[in-house]
Write a protein that binds this ligand. Structure first.
Ligand code: GLY
Length: 399
């Protein structure tokens, strides 16, 4: 294991604990994005909705990451376990969103908080009941005509019924976790959604669209484009990263060959576009004069590459994926520094939404969380099988 990654992990744990203390002083208000070095915090009850016919507000979809980050910071430190379990319980008002029917982001709200909490031994199976309810709420957004999980808005809202985004792929881990035992609508809907996404979201060059609009009655694709990217025909880097990690995770749980192909296709496109400092542009089609980067996309992609390294058959390919992921994490560690010790956040230089002019350069809750999760995997603090509930494809090959 590289010393640089060990140091990066130790530094992450220090910063994550500082973040946890701060979050404890802002109970009910969760980091959402950063402006001028400070979190803009959102209340847990900010649900998503249309502000008017042209603007959709995602609401608070990020609260779960603060909890997940606190769990990560307590791994391997029995002294800290009791503290974190007590302090973090106060952040579990995420549970109040379990029956929220307005968003696909329930996976982001409930996997890092409740599911990871159980996987790491902080929460009992009784305590995670709200996350199973949230999985039912998410799976109920399935549109049978198109075979997709509706992304935006209430299920019956005509402005939203046809929407599907690439981000949903990384909400699926909640469904895979909740439906780990056998067949159920939750698991079937996750698999069908992933199959549809693998078929519909990719361009011939391996880049992904961010947003697809289906005819919700017939399932026919009406439009392919973007919500947070630079243009309908450009590639929003975080969307590409959600595709890498989401398909890789799905393949690890449900080894459908199309999921592996999709993850590797998305990764190969991303891999060739990583600059020397590890921070990809916010959109791969942005002009070279636009210096806005998105370190969160790089962190999510590194996580995806690590998962893939445990799935591919070829030993050489596995080693290459792992080495690429480690290199990105080492590069990112240079952006996980605070010039001002009182400043918020961990992984700087991320971009929330350039088209909406929000959080253009600073940390993001999911950048901080997935950077930590990737470091935990890369340094052996967590086994992938703990996250997915199954042995990796390479472990099976080696048995
Ligand atoms: N899921 C929305 C985003 O990545 O900003």
């Amino acid at each position: 294991m590289s010393t640089a990654l060990e140091l990066a992990w130790a530094h992450y744990v220090r910063l994550a604990r500082q973040e946890q203390d701060r979050n404890g002083r802002h109970l009910g208000q969760y980091p959402h994005y950063m402006e001028e070095g400070r979190w803009r915090r959102f209340p847990i009850d900010a649900t998503s909705g249309w502000v008017d016919d042209s603007f959709y507000d995602h609401g608070n979809w990020t609260a779960g990451f603060a909890v997940g980050q606190a769990w990560l910071a307590a791994i391997g430190d029995p002294d800290h376990h009791a503290t974190v379990a007590t302090q973090t319980t106060a952040l579990l008002d995420v549970a109040t969103r379990a029956s929220d029917r307005t968003t696909h982001d329930l996976g982001f709200l409930f996997h890092p908080s409740f599911a990871l909490g159980e996987q790491l031994g902080f929460l009992t199976s009784d305590a995670v009941a709200p996350a199973h309810e949230a999985a039912e709420s998410l799976a109920a957004r399935f549109n049978p005509a198109g075979g997709y999980l509706q992304a935006f808005g209430p299920a019956d809202d005509p402005r939203s019924r046809g929407t599907s985004t690439i981000d949903t792929m990384m909400n699926l881990p909640l469904l895979w976790w909740s439906a780990a035992d056998g067949q159920s609508d939750v698991r079937r809907n996750a698999e069908t959604h992933a199959r549809t996404s693998a078929r519909e979201f990719f361009r011939p060059d391996g880049s992904t669209y961010h947003l697809i609009k289906f005819d919700p009655s017939t399932g026919v694709v009406l439009e392919r484009g973007t919500f947070q990217g630079g243009a309908d025909d450009s590639c929003w880097s975080r969307g590409q990263a959600w595709a890498i990690a989401g398909f890789a995770w799905s393949y690890a749980v449900q080894p459908v060959p199309e999921f592996l192909d999709a993850a590797l296709t998305a990764w190969n496109y991303f891999r060739g576009r990583i600059p020397d400092d590890g921070v990809v542009p916010w959109d791969f089609g942005a002009p070279s004069t636009d210096t806005t980067g998105d370190a969160s996309a790089s962190a999510i992609a590194a996580l995806g590459a690590l998962i893939l390294s445990e799935q591919v058959e070829s030993t050489a390919h596995s080693a290459e994926l792992r080495s690429d992921a480690e290199r990105i994490l080492e590069q990112l560690s240079h952006h996980a520094v605070r010039q001002d010790p009182a400043a918020d956040g961990i992984l700087l230089r991320s971009c929330y939404s350039k088209p909406h002019g929000l959080g253009l350069s600073g940390a993001l809750p999911y950048g901080d969380y997935y950077y930590g999760l990737a470091l935990a995997l890369a340094t052996g603090r967590i086994d992938l099988s703990r996250l997915t509930g199954v042995s990796s494809q390479r472990e099976k090959l080696e048995q």
